[in-house]
Design a protein around this ligand. Structure first.
Ligand SMILES: O=CC(=O)O
Length: 341
């Protein structure tokens, strides 16, 4: 543990990860709280450090997606090692599948994420992957860099987005941003979500609400925009692929685990899925070899929010949750599962 200028009357904040961009927002936290950072670099050490009392009296933890490398999942075991004083976990990211929310709830810890800050950047990558997968750009981009122009076997002709049905599975902020951008490419929007959108929002995106089976059956392109949790794991697997139009294109900027990667490889190999654009993988940073080998797969390494502007926005949002926790004992954006807490 390292700690600077400790004042026992000031609240303590546990910093899990690094603040890269929002330095002035973070400085304002430093003014009102003592910041504690772990020395450990892997989970076993972190658990020992936590159990030794190094983080005692911390009230809030700020965490980044990359802090997973040090702490592993924020699960019951980790929470048990953390001090009883901890009341809030402020996650920097929209997706919070690294945090076991029911385990936090059981210990009275409230969790926040950074919704909406990520919407545009993630949808932009979604559109890039959608166009890239429709146009089979992975093949020619790789060939060009290898000095082979379009390659020995030039890519098959691609498809235009105009007039195609884009099915959006999960119509939260990213799904809605994806819909608006896809409209500009002349796509027709259908969507399925647990709760139907307000009619005004549907009109804004010219989006038609359909059931899950219809979405699978009618989409030319399917975009996955749903969060990963135990209920959504492998929402798309062999049965679902078999219900899709043959030759469909799929884009996933959500989480790898919402789609069964092994079943996806089979569906690509059989031609049931024509092409795919992926930003996320089931076991990042490992990628299924069947995806790496397949030229009809367009891959980027989880870069949905990887822009200076968006990273800064996300940090500022997560820090605003730390502020709210310290100053008013509440959170700006508590995760939906805990809204009644
Ligand atoms: O993947 C990015 C995020 O969850 O914000």
């Amino acid at each position: 543990m390292s700690l600077v200028n400790v004042d026992s009357t000031r609240p303590r904040v546990l910093l899990l990860g690094v603040i890269e961009h929002a330095q002035s927002a973070w400085a304002s936290v430093r003014e009102i709280a003592d910041i504690i950072t772990p020395n450990s670099t892997q989970r076993a050490g972190f658990l020992r450090e936590a159990s030794s009392g190094a983080f005692d009296e911390c009230v809030v933890a700020y965490r980044t997606f990359d802090s997973f490398a040090v702490t592993g999942k924020v699960d019951a075991e980790l929470i048990d090692a953390l001090p009883r004083s901890l009341r809030f976990i402020c996650h920097n990211g929209a997706g919070y599948d690294q945090v076991d929310v029911p385990a936090c709830t059981a210990r009275g810890i409230r969790v926040s994420n950074t919704p909406s800050a990520v919407d545009d950047a993630t949808a932009d990558i979604g559109i890039f992957l959608l166009l890239g997968a429709l146009r089979n750009l992975a093949v020619s981009m790789t060939a060009l860099r290898a000095g082979q122009w379009r390659g020995e076997t030039p890519p098959a002709l691609g498809h235009d987005p105009q007039g195609k049905i884009l099915g959006i599975l999960g119509m939260g902020g990213i799904g809605r941003s994806m819909a608006k951008k896809a409209l500009a490419f002349g796509m027709k929007i259908r969507y399925y979500n647990r709760t139907r959108l307000h009619p005004e929002l549907e009109r804004e995106m010219d989006a038609e609400y359909v059931d899950f089976k219809t979405l699978l059956a009618e989409s030319d392109v399917l975009s996955l925009n749903l969060p990963l949790n135990p209920k959504t794991r492998h929402t798309i697997s062999s049965k679902e692929f078999s219900r899709m139009k043959r030759g469909i294109t799929i884009v996933n900027t959500a989480r790898g685990g919402v789609m069964d990667e092994a079943a996806l490889v089979d569906a690509l190999n059989s031609g049931q899925v024509n092409s795919v654009g992926l930003d996320v993988y089931e076991e990042e940073p490992k990628i299924h070899p069947g995806l790496l080998e397949n030229p009809r797969v367009m891959l980027v390494p989880h870069m949905g929010t990887y822009t200076i502007e968006t990273q800064k926005k996300m940090e500022e949002w997560a820090i605003s949750n730390v502020h709210a926790a310290i100053q008013s004992g509440s959170l700006r954006s508590i995760v939906p599962e805990q809204r009644d807490m």
